[in-house]
Design a protein around this ligand. Structure first.
Ligand code: 5GP
Length: 123
């Protein structure tokens, strides 16, 4: 019961991507995380990086002590993926948290965006 409460939140499209029930272009995968090309890219390189097990992490603001390892792993893998994509000279890692930040999928994910000159502030 504790586990199901902790993982409260409806399944998302990312569950189907993880289970390969809907196709995606995977660019990196290991036992803990999956990275695939965003279906609506905002730059020449736009990758979505997710934990394979949501474990209550519908959004970053739900993070607690037990998520430290996976959050560290996700951040570390952004560098590996950026290098693989040839954008190590400059890229952005974004986590949209909640409706006011335009989060649309409630399974924690990092956007890795690059391949063009990015503007700051993003708007
Ligand atoms: P959010 O707006 O929640 O931060 O980001 C969700 C991202 O997932 C969006 O950029 C959206 O384009 C992407 N996305 C949503 N559904 C799919 C899908 O079925 N396949 C892929 N590859 N990306 C998706």
């Amino acid at each position: 019961a504790a586990a199901s409460l902790a993982d409260a939140g409806a399944p998302t499209i990312f569950d189907k991507i993880i289970r390969k029930e809907i196709p995606s272009t995977v660019v990196y995968e290991d036992e803990k995380v999956l990275a695939f090309r965003d279906i609506n890219p905002q730059a020449p390189v736009h990758i979505v990086l997710i934990p394979k097990v949501r474990d209550g992490l519908t959004q970053l603001s739900k993070a607690d002590e037990r998520h430290k390892d996976i959050l560290g792993h996700l951040l570390c893998m952004t560098a590996v993926i950026a290098k693989q994509e040839g954008i190590e000279d400059g890229y952005r890692v974004v986590i949209n948290n909640g409706p006011s930040a335009c989060q649309s999928v409630y399974h924690l994910h990092l956007h890795i965006i690059g391949g063009r000159q990015l503007k700051w502030p993003p708007g």
